[in-house]
Write a protein that binds this ligand. Structure first.
Ligand SMILES: CC(C)(COP(=O)(O)OP(=O)(O)OC[C@H]1O[C@@H](n2cnc3c(N)ncnc32)[C@H](O)[C@@H]1OP(=O)(O)O)[C@@H](O)C(=O)NCCC(=O)NCCS
Length: 200
């Protein structure tokens, strides 16, 4: 699997660089690895998908994403040291009229979770969303039991805005959906602090 997560040939494509990882656009070659992750209950229990995801379906999704670039931006999260793709992070439903979008993400393997990679990737995506796309507010939804994701978002400056009670049926019971959001002006102090800590 590791081999498949690496860029095999051609130049190293890098869109944003952090301390330990970089973001690049996803490519068709990433879709088989993503399909593995998208069927893994250890990952999907935190996400909204409930059906099996076929490779063909995911390839169609990829084509659609390519043609809808203005509305969605999807990044591969890649380790600098090994060029291994460890997850995916996206900005969805980009709306320039209202200046909003929603973030969603996953790190594909448990061994890479809880090591700060999610936070690092999110900070890079937020910097892009606010400083390049000129968005105003970014939202994210997490299930009430996903405390790791909630903590990761809060470290980036997101705050809880509301709770949709018993919104989704997960694992045999109805669970709350928590809406978190961050405004541009609240991001910059967090970003400055982050840069001092990680890029100084
Ligand atoms: C959510 C996700 C992207 C976050 O990325 P990550 O690299 O694991 O997150 P980080 O390590 O940067 O931050 C996680 C924080 O949560 C904390 N944490 C971990 N488990 C926790 C728990 N059960 N309760 C509270 N905090 C927890 C970690 O200690 C860390 O905080 P700290 O730096 O203050 O110690 C990743 O865990 C993941 O892919 N999870 C599965 C899929 C998923 O949940 N996707 C998001 C759907 S909304």
């Amino acid at each position: 699997v590791k081999e498949k997560t690496q860029q095999k040939e051609g130049p190293r494509i890098v869109f944003r660089v952090g301390k330990r990882l970089y973001l690049r656009p996803i490519s068709r070659e990433d879709i088989s690895q993503m399909t593995v992750w998208m069927n893994d209950p250890d990952t999907t229990r935190f996400l909204s998908m409930v059906h099996p995801m076929s490779l063909e379906g995911e390839l169609k999704w990829f084509e659609n994403t390519e043609t809808n670039k203005g509305k969605n931006v999807i990044f591969a999260i890649v380790l600098k040291d090994s060029d291994e793709m460890i997850g995916v992070m996206g900005l969805h439903g980009i709306d320039h009229l209202h200046g909003i979008a929603t973030t969603g993400s996953y790190i594909g393997k448990e061994e890479y979770r809880g090591k700060g990679y999610g936070t690092e990737a999110k900070m890079l995506v937020l910097e892009y969303a606010f400083n390049t796309l000129n968005l105003r507010k970014i939202c994210s939804f997490v299930y009430d039991f996903n405390l790791r994701s909630k903590r990761c978002l809060e470290k980036c400056g997101y705050r809880v805005e509301g709770v949709l009670k018993k919104q989704h049926y997960r694992n045999g019971e109805y669970r709350d959906d928590v809406l978190l959001a961050i405004f541009k002006e609240d991001f910059f102090p967090v970003w400055e602090e982050y840069k001092k800590k990680n890029f100084a």
